[in-house]
Structures are given as C-alpha cells and as structure tokens.
Design a protein around this ligand. Structure first.
Ligand SMILES: Cc1ncc(COP(=O)(O)O)c(C=O)c1O
Length: 431
C-alpha cells in the first residue's frame, strides 16, 4: 500500500468522503485514492510517496505567484511572529483595501472576507438589501461557491463530484428566488427581465467562466447583460473570484463590456491564504453594518496573516511584465498541448485567456454549459490518469482550468507539453 493509499484509508474514516472539498476527490475520474501532497515549491508538488509532479492545478486558482514565493514567505512569517489574529483592526487590512480600491475603479469601498463563497453570499445579500427585491439571476455552469442561493445549476465540483447540478438541503424558498439561464444568451435574459424584471435584485455573473471549463463571453454579451439589468433597476454582481488579478492587475469584466455594481474577489488575491473581498460604490457599501442595515461579519475577516500574504502577492503581481509573461507561458503551454492533440488526431478544443485555459474533449469550444457537458468523458479520464503517470497533476474534472503561475519554469511547461504528447498517443491504444 502506498503512503497516499494509507492516508486515504484514514481520511475516509474521519473526513466526509475522505476530502475536505469534493473537487479534490479522484472519484469522478473513476479512481480511489487521491494523492496526498507533502510539499509544494514553485510549480511543483511532491506527494507523500516522494513522487514529484508539475502541477497546473494552482489550488484551483489561488496560486499565481508560485508555491513558496520568498516575499510571501517572509511577510507571512514576520506577521505570524507579530500575531496571527487580533479581532481588532490592523494596518494591513487598510493597506490591502486601499490597494484593491486603487486597482478597481468600481470598488470605492470593500469588505474583506475569508473565501469566495462569503464574498458572493454577502454581495447577494447587499444587492437584495439595496434593491428591496429578492430574485437573483445567475448562469448555468457558473459556480459561485456553496451558499444556498447559488447552488442551482452550478458548474465546477458541484457538477462532477456533488451528485448533480443542484444540492439537496437548499430550501425550496431559496430556490424560488433564483433563476439560472444559459450563458451567452442575451435573448433568454431579455425574456426573463421582460417577465420578472421588477423583482430582480441582481444578475450574478462570471465574466469569463472558469467553472464549466473556460468559456468566454461573446462580443457584446456582457455589455448587453449590464444594459438589461440596469434598465430594470437590477444590480450587476461581477464574480471575479477566479479571474480577478489572474488576467490583469485588477478585474477583467469592464474591459469586456461589463458594468459591475458589486465585485467579488478571492483566490489569487490571498497568496494561498484565506482571503476574499466584495465591494462597490460608497453608497452601496454604506448599507453594510455597522453603518447600515445589512449585516455581514467574520471572526477571521481581514485577518493580519491573510492580508500580509495578500499584500505580498499584490506587490509581486504589480511588477512590470508579470501578466505578459504569464500569458506568454500560458500561450506556449496551450499551443504545445493543442499541437500534441492534433498530432495524435484527438478530438479536442481549447479556450484560453492569459494564463488559464481548458482543454475540452470535444471538437468545438463550448459557448455555454449545455455544450460543455457534451464531451468525451472516457477520453478525458484516460488523459487525466496518463498525465498523472507522466508526472503532471491536473484538476480531476473536465470543467476546471489549467493555470500557469510565476513559479513555473520553462522546463515545467516543456514537461507539460511532452507529457501531453505521450498521453494523447496512449489514448489511441486500447485501455
Ligand atoms: C467564480 C467563483 N466564485 C466563487 C467561488 C467560491 O470560492 P471559495 O471556494 O473560495 O469559497 C469560486 C470557487 O471556485 C469561483 O470559482
């Protein structure tokens, strides 16, 4: 029995399903034990059995500067010595909020929270408080965390490892106040607003979806979404938990035509520690307690340790040339993987934005969740296992992205491409 298998045996005894988040499970890949990771450096993992992997998982997005970046290590270690948690305000949270606000014009004020789930959950509550309306519109295959209101037709782990696209335990009353529509379909949104516009508090959207695989908005779509929502007095909530600070220093929605009223951030801004944020105009944020009537709080919110990691991460990401480098490496990896697939005659397509992309096991890139679900699952599973055997760790789901980080080297990318070439050739042989 390998050391990972031994940990898996113990994990299953005491952790529900053996994992603390379903997306980490190898069960959807037909596997039993996942790998237990002992250390991570740069763009690599070492598992408890001593095997080394190039990893393009990036912890499902947060890792952008590379594991163990010296600046993050130094600042976090120093803060840890000075105190991890005060339950009283600290300078770092002010500095961090200032940095977010300076980078994102729509964020006059923010609230720091501890996860993307909390950021979205709070933004929804605020939108409802601000409009006095209940209905939330979201899009099929988007994932916004695991709060009740957003577990309707979700992508990501809820689609692969969650036993369906909805979750049991979400009250029917909550479901009643959520509408989920196809992404990239303005007609469907216009129709819904024509019927129920006066009851809609907000449209919640990932401007580039990262949870049905990477799926971009069609030209004019995000501007159309904003126009329809605003015409009916609804707010636009821009969920950039994955793409915020991943594709540029700040958010990407406005560049693509979205006019957000509220913005949600998480993942990359925390440098691997638990940190999220939501915010908007001063007028909207003044509705949040203690100034206003909308309550939101958190014992760990804006804690000194997380903001120390976050500030170090933003310092690194603000360096000139960072995003072009990430995009170039993402482009090189994506091109290499595409060439490998083509050379082997594999039926794949690929959608990339900067340092993130999804390799779809279908001939054409999907425009929405319905299309994304139509793929060759067996080929994906075999590819996943072949890559792992080749020493490349990918997300165990067809609906996730590959991420390149500043910790990856040219050799890591070359290893990824070489592994893909061999994995695709193996797909041509009978299993
Ligand atoms: C777009 C988006 N929003 C929100 C979340 C929830 O974030 P967290 O897992 O940190 O709660 C995720 C997580 O994958 C996400 O991708």
């Amino acid at each position: 029995m390998s050391v990972s298998e031994e940990f898996w045996r113990r994990a299953q005894a005491v952790i529900a399903g053996g994992v603390n988040s379903p997306a980490r499970s190898f069960r959807p890949m037909g596997g039993d034990a996942p790998l237990f990771i002992k250390t991570a450096r740069g763009g690599r993992f070492e598992d408890v059995d001593g095997r080394s992997y190039v990893e393009f998982l990036a912890a499902f997005g947060p890792n952008i500067v590379g594991h163990g970046h010296p600046l993050v290590l130094e600042r976090v270690a120093s803060q840890l010595r000075d105190g991890a948690l005060f339950g009283a305000p600290c300078p770092g949270e002010v500095e961090f909020a200032e940095r977010l606000s300076a980078a994102i014009p729509a964020l006059e004020q923010v609230r720091l929270v501890s996860s993307g789930t909390e950021a979205v959950m709070s933004a929804i509550r605020l939108a409802r408080a601000a409009t006095g309306r209940d209905l939330i519109v979201k899009f099929d295959g988007n994932y916004h965390g695991h709060a009740d209101a957003v577990l309707v037709n979700t992508g990501s782990g809820a689609a692969t490892a969650g036993g369906g696209h909805d979750s049991e335990g979400v009250p029917s009353g909550v479901r009643k106040d959520v509408r989920s529509l196809p992404f990239n379909d303005l007609g469907a949104l216009a129709e819904l607003f024509a019927a129920e516009g006066a009851r809609i508090a907000a449209v919640l959207i990932e401007p580039i979806s990262g949870n049905m695989g990477v799926v971009g908005p069609e030209p004019g779509y995000l501007a159309g979404v904003s126009e329809i929502a605003h015409r009916h007095g609804a707010l636009v909530i821009d969920d950039e938990v994955i793409v915020g600070f991943r594709l540029r220093y700040g958010i990407i929605g406005p560049e693509l035509g979205l006019s957000p009223d509220l913005v949600c951030l998480g993942k990359a801004i925390g440098g691997g520690l638990a940190l999220g944020a939501y915010g908007g105009s001063r007028a909207l944020m003044s509705l949040v307690a203690p100034l206003g009537p909308m309550f939101q709080a958190g014992t760990l919110a804006g804690n000194p340790l997380s903001v120390a990691a976050g500030l170090a991460t933003l310092d690194i990401l603000a360096e000139p040339g960072v995003y072009p480098w990430l995009a170039a490496m993402g482009g090189r990896l994506a091109q290499g993987v595409t060439d490998a697939a083509d050379a082997a005659g594999a039926a794949t397509s690929l959608t990339r934005f900067g340092s993130m992309f999804t390799l779809f096991f279908r001939r054409t890139a999907p425009r929405n969740y319905m299309e994304a679900q139509d793929y060759d699952g067996e080929a994906f599973r075999r590819f996943f296992w072949a890559m792992l055997e080749e020493g490349v760790y990918l997300a165990p789901s067809p609906y996730e992205a590959w991420f390149v980080t500043l910790g990856h080297t040219e050799e890591d990318v070359a290893q990824g491409i070489g592994a893909a070439a061999r994995a695709f050739l193996r797909l041509r042989q009978p299993d």
